[in-house]
Design a protein around this ligand. Structure first.
Ligand code: PLP
Length: 329
């Protein structure tokens, strides 16, 4: 068995061929200020505290072979993130389903990255208004772009070369709740640039407690003695992480939500990161040390990787996109 070449399948397989779309929507679509526009015309008001102060929540769902994956789970998570950050989406859940469907339909993309955010909205000038979240008019912005792989086929084949960040710690959960999907990315971005400068592909960060937290935009798993281990806390409760836990249960592989130390990662039999933006990504090396006895994905990682895509493409947690909606919006 080997890793399914997902990126080349998406590029070449007839079931991934793009549906008809207007030429302006070649690069994608956006929903801003209540209107559908080509993605390069998408804009947010410059004084929105979402932009100024990261005062916002967001989520990302993906589409492959013309189906949303776990759409309801992503809609629920965004609602929870809004609740935790005292935000209120001006659009109902039914309206969100319709807007996200319309955006994908307008792009014609069968494999898509679907991003949406609820922002605090217009800037409040008076102090009284500034300190009362109920007195802002929250905004909602969304876009659809081509499906995005954190690790494309070639990197998934050989495995991610990972740096455990030496310079940055994940922002503490008591500062910004990592289970609410948020814009506080500077720790993760700087860790990524640190990894790039060290000649690595990606980073992982430990929390202020010294245990592994997560990777920029992804959760982390290790495999040891046939069991899975993933951080229980200090990270986003990723929807792909949830899918991995379901797949592991199906395979009869025990999964432990616990603390994972950097040392346990370096000495793991196998390891991988996982995210909506690319699925399951095998780790090849950590701090230059090879994970497992050979390069590339270990057997459990490979099985999970392939099951994830095979099941998605056969309708697992799928909501079909209605491409005929493009003509009506
Ligand atoms: C910080 C962080 N952790 C984990 C993930 C993975 O979450 P999901 O699997 O829901 O995409 C993401 C996704 O963007 C993220 O931003």
């Amino acid at each position: 068995m080997s890793i399914i070449q997902v990126e080349s399948i998406m590029r070449e397989h007839a079931l991934h061929a793009r549906a008809p779309y207007e030429p302006d929507y070649e690069d994608g679509s956006a929903f801003c200020n209540g209107r559908y526009v080509p993605i390069d015309q998408g804009a947010v008001p410059i004084t929105d505290p979402g932009f100024l102060h990261a005062d916002a929540a967001y989520d990302v769902v993906t589409v492959s072979r013309g189906n949303f994956f776990r759409l309801e789970d992503h809609l629920s998570r965004l609602e929870q993130s809004c609740e935790r950050f005292l935000l209120s989406n001006p659009y109902s859940r039914d309206q969100m389903r319709e807007i996200l469907n319309n955006l994908v339909a307008k792009s014609g993309m069968k494999d898509a990255y679907v991003w949406w955010s609820v922002t605090r909205g217009t800037l409040a000038r008076e102090l009284k208004k500034r300190i009362d979240p109920g007195r802002y008019d929250n905004g909602m912005y969304a876009f659809v772009a081509p499906y995005f792989f954190q690790a494309p086929d070639d990197i998934r084949n050989r495995g991610f070369n990972i740096l455990i960040s030496k310079r940055y710690r994940r922002i503490p959960p008591k500062s910004v709740d990592p289970t609410a999907k948020n814009f506080h990315w500077m720790d993760m971005k700087l860790a990524l640039y640190e990894a790039g400068a060290a000649g690595k592909d990606w980073a992982v960060l430990v929390g202020t407690d010294g245990n592994l937290a997560e990777a920029p935009g992804a959760n982390i798993f290790i495999v040891k003695n046939g069991e899975l281990f993933t951080p229980a806390e200090g990270c986003l409760e990723g929807i792909t992480r949830r899918s991995v836990l379901e797949l592991a249960a199906e395979l009869g592989v025990k999964a432990n939500l616990t603390t994972v130390t950097p040392e346990e990662l370096v000495t793991a039999d196998e390891a991988f990161t996982c995210t909506s933006a690319g699925g399951i990504m095998p780790i090849g090396t950590v701090d230059d040390k090879q994970i497992g006895s050979k390069a590339g994905a270990g057997p459990i990682t490979e099985q999970l990787h392939n099951m994830y895509w095979e099941k998605r493409w056969s309708g697992w947690h799928a909501t079909p996109v209605d491409y005929s909606a493009a003509a009506k919006c």
